[in-house]
Design a protein around this ligand. Structure first.
Ligand code: CTP
Ligand code: CA
Length: 224
């Protein structure tokens, strides 16, 4: 019995995936976050597992759940926690896919107690979070590193520069131009750019279908 559709082309591969937002605390009851649901990363995790990979899914706060036996889910809250977990699993990974919407900045000071309202104006000082993918790109050996890019202008140029700067092997450009694409939507319109700067625009598709395309593209680029 041979079924082409279930060819386990990621058999024996270890895939690490980040997903969801990060929450950066301000005080015990407040945080800075974003609208990422985690769906894109979760769909990639299920797709990779169904094609034979052992998956570690490192996710920020989300209501999504996975029960696939080949997916180990690691829950984190902040960018710093996600950074630590990514580095912990990196050396044993073959493929790393950064689908998380990591907060670029965190509050500089986290108050021990709930902040009371006083003045008419309240300014929050932020400091930069580590760039998780760039830090992995800086130490990678055999790993195939995949990032996302969310842009609103000069999409292709900015995505190419992220690919180079973070030492990625593939970048998935998310087009917000398309009304059906992005945060909270069931669909995505993406463009793949490989490390030779070949550009592969894709159709608007369900996130499940995009997840399949991403794994297909990784398998193709990985083989080169
Ligand atoms: N990323 C990361 N660590 C961060 C910020 C982003 O690993 N601190 C990853 C994301 O998971 C994504 C890629 O980097 O795969 C690009 O994220 P994006 O927000 O588009 O780019 P940035 O490098 O943060 O640049 P900017 O937000 O200024 O466009
Ligand atoms: Ca960013």
């Amino acid at each position: 019995f041979f079924n082409n559709q279930t060819t386990p082309d990621l058999k024996d591969k270890k895939v690490v995936i980040t997903a969801g937002p990060t929450y950066e605390p301000l005080d015990p009851v407040r945080f800075i976050g974003n609208h990422s649901t985690g769906k894109m990363g979760f769909d990639i995790a299920v797709e990779a597992a169904s094609r034979g990979a052992g998956v570690v899914l490192i996710t920020g706060p989300t209501s999504l759940r996975i029960t696939h036996p080949a997916v180990k889910v690691v829950h984190v809250t902040t960018a710093n926690e996600m950074y630590q977990q990514c580095h912990k699993f990196f050396s044993s990974a073959d493929i790393v896919i950064g689908a998380a919407a990591v907060a670029d900045y965190r509050p500089k000071v986290v108050a021990d107690q709930k902040i009371k309202k006083n003045d008419e104006e309240f300014v929050i000082a932020l400091e930069k979070n580590p760039d998780i993918l760039a830090s992995l790109g800086a130490v990678k050996s055999h790993q195939f590193l995949v990032g996302f890019a969310l842009e609103t202008e000069n999409e292709i140029e900015y995505a190419k520069s992220k690919l180079k700067k973070k030492n990625l092997d593939l970048i998935v450009l998310n087009s917000l131009n398309d009304k059906g694409a992005g945060f909270g939507k069931p669909t995505n319109k993406v463009t793949f750019i490989d490390k030779d700067f070949n550009v592969f625009p894709q159709e608007l598709k369900s996130k499940e279908a995009v997840a399949k395309d991403i794994i297909d593209q990784i398998v193709k680029s990985y083989a080169k």
